[in-house]
Design a protein around this ligand. Sequence first.
Ligand code: SF4
Length: 400
Amino acid sequence: MESAHEGRRSSGERRSQVTPLRRMRVLIDPVKKLIQPTGWSKKALADLKIDLDGLCESNCGYCSSNSNLWHQFNKRSHAEAVTAQTGTGATPFTPGLSYRFPDPVAQLRKELEGKPRNYGDGKTIAFGCLVDNLGTSLVKSGIARACLELLVARTMLRIRVTTKNEVVGREEWIRFFLAHAGRFVINLSIGTVDDEWARKIERDTSKPTARIRAMRRLQDAGVPTGGMICPVFPQAVKDIEEILTAIRPQRCEMVWAEPYNDRTNWTRVTGDQQTEVDLANMFGHKKDPNAWSAYAVDLYKRLRLRADADGWTDKLAYMLYESSMEASYARTFADLRGVLLQSVDKNGRSKHPVFAGLQDRLKITRHELIAYDGPESNDWTDPQDEEVARWEALMAGSAS
Ligand code: SF4
C-alpha cells in the first residue's frame, strides 16, 4: 500500500510548476467568542467549535468557509484591513490571504475563566472547523498548542482535532495526545491519495500521503483517530478502495465521507484551479439532473460494499445532502445504514419525501442512524431486484 502512495508523489519538478502564492496574513478584529456552537453537530462530529484564525491559511480551492455569513457581515471592515496591511484588494477568495486574530491564547484564557471545572463534560469540541487550527503559522507560533493545553486544563471537553497537517503524527504531538488519554481524537482529512492532483487544489496543506502516514502513526501509537474522506471529487471515486486501505477504518472511531457539494464555488474548483475536475455536467450550463445523484450513489456503494465486506458499516457516516438526490437514485439507500442525512428538519426528518418515507419505514430519525442496528452486513447488496420493487412501491406511497 505504502509503495503505491510513493508512486503517486509529486516530483519536485512537478511541484515547481505550481505558481507560488503571495502569502498575506492580515490582522483583523477578534470574534466575540472563540468557542461557539457548530453545525457540525448535524454531522455527529462535534457540539462546539473553536477557530483560531478568521480565514484559513491552507488555501484549499474548494473551501466554502470563506463565503459564510460572518465573512459577508464583516466584508467592509475586513476589506479595509486587507488594503491597509497589504496594499491589495485581496478578498477571502484570493489564494494566499488569511486572517489572524490579535491574541487567541489570551482570549481563550479569559473566556474559560470562571467556567465550572466540569465545563464541557460529555461534549466534543471541533478544534478547527472553518479553519485549520494546525495551519503552519498557528503551529509555529505555538498558538495551537497553547490553546489545546488550555482546553485540556480548564475544560472536560473531548477535543476533535480536524486538520490537514501531518504534524500531528510527529513524536512530540503523539506524546502530547497520549499524555491526555481520553481527551483527543484526531481527524485527518484525506479525500485523495494523489499528491500531484492534491497540490493543485490544497496548496498549503501536507500532502495526502504524508497525512496518511501521520494517521497510521497515530493509530499505531494508540491515539484515537477518525476517518475524514471529504470531499471525494468525482475523479477520486475510483480510488476509494485505496483510500480506505490507507486509513484503516477498523482502527478509526468513525469514518465520515462525502461527495463534493456545490457551495456556489464549483467554477473556482474547476476553471481557476485547472484541477481537471469536470463539474459542469453537475452544476453548470451542461447540467444533467442525474449526474450528481449518480456520482453520490457510486461513492456510497463503493464505501458500503467495502464496509460490509470488512465489517465496519456501523462506523460509516456518509454525509448526504439528500435534497439534491433524484428520486430514482434514492433506492440505493434503502436501509439507510451508514447514511447521515443532512437535508433534515429540526426533528431529524428528511425534507426529501422519499428519504422521509424510508425513515418512516425503518422507524428511525437521522439522529438515530449512527446507532441504528440494521440488517446484518451481508444482507445488503446493491439493490437491483426485490429491493427495487419494494422501493418503487414506497415511492408510489410517498407520492400519494
Ligand atoms: S484546511 Fe479546511 S478550512 Fe482550511 S482551507 Fe482547507 S478546507 Fe478550508
